[in-house]
Design a protein around this ligand. Structure first.
Ligand SMILES: [Zn+2]
Length: 64
């Protein structure tokens, strides 16, 4: 089962979601319920965005 990483365009929240082939529902941000999300290869490459809670723990330096 493929697990994709998504990033919410509204609040920059990164999350993973199981996506089934038969599933045709729009992916929504679990944080703000926004459907405007982008599929990511890896959330780790988006360090610096605000709201990251678990995608890049301990990797946020230089950002306030
Ligand atoms: Zn969101």
């Amino acid at each position: 089962m493929p697990i994709y990483e998504f990033k919410c365009q509204a609040c920059d929240h990164c999350f993973e979601k199981l996506v089934f082939v038969s599933e045709d529902e729009p992916v929504r941000c679990p944080k703000c319920n926004n459907a405007d999300v982008k599929k990511q290869v890896s959330c780790a490459s988006f360090i610096g965005a605000s709201g990251l809670s678990r995608c890049a723990p301990g990797s946020r330096k230089g950002f306030s």
